[in-house]
Design a protein around this ligand. Structure first.
Ligand SMILES: CC(C)(COP(=O)(O)OP(=O)(O)OC[C@H]1O[C@@H](n2cnc3c(N)ncnc32)[C@H](O)[C@@H]1OP(=O)(O)O)[C@@H](O)C(=O)NCCC(=O)NCCS
Length: 146
């Protein structure tokens, strides 16, 4: 498995994985537009020809929002999610970012456990942030020195 920056050829597989992993998936068009956005950084995890995961972010003035993270169901629990978050922290540090913020469903134990193990802490809660099904979001943040 290798982790590399997202390229146009990855977009269709990312869109498919979005549909498999989320009830409100990003469209192929929105994902592709991230390639043109100077604030955005997306990384993909690739195993041979197959895209097995990705992470997407946007940075404004040294503060980064992680907008999505997913690993293909059949490839989970093998360290890919953790590797993607660590890789994006490294890449963002190079670009001068010093913090990463994200929202996660309260019921999403796998993701919450992963983020906690990587040193994220809860900084807030957004009531009924998610739809399909309606649920609160926890806001998690990690910061580091550059
Ligand atoms: C969250 C997600 C990205 C994790 O990806 P992954 O590749 O399976 O994660 P890793 O194998 O790197 O796991 C790292 C750690 O996270 C925790 N973790 C991962 N899956 C877990 C699970 N099902 N239950 C409990 N803890 C879990 C564990 O601490 C794990 O370490 P360990 O395997 O040594 O115990 C993946 O489950 C996913 O794509 N979920 C659906 C999409 C999603 O919810 N994205 C996050 C939105 S905020």
């Amino acid at each position: 498995m290798i982790i590399e920056p997202m390229k146009a050829c990855h977009v269709p597989q990312i869109a498919q994985l979005e549909k498999r992993c989320f009830t409100d998936p990003w469209s192929e068009k929105s994902i592709a537009s991230e390639l043109e956005n100077p604030l955005s950084l997306w990384l993909v995890a690739v195993d041979g020809e197959k895209l097995i995961g990705y992470v997407g972010s946007q940075t404004v003035l040294g503060e980064t929002d992680m907008m999505n993270l997913a690993v293909a169901p059949e490839a989970r629990r093998q360290g890919t999610g953790r590797a993607l978050v660590l890789a994006i922290v490294d890449a963002l540090t190079e670009k001068g970012s010093h913090s990463l913020m994200l929202e996660v469903r309260v019921s999403n134990t796998p993701a919450r456990t992963l983020y906690e193990s990587l040193g994220f802490s809860q900084v807030g809660r957004r009531p009924k942030y998610y739809v399909n099904p309606k649920e609160d979001a926890l806001i998690l943040r990690k910061e580091w020195s550059v």
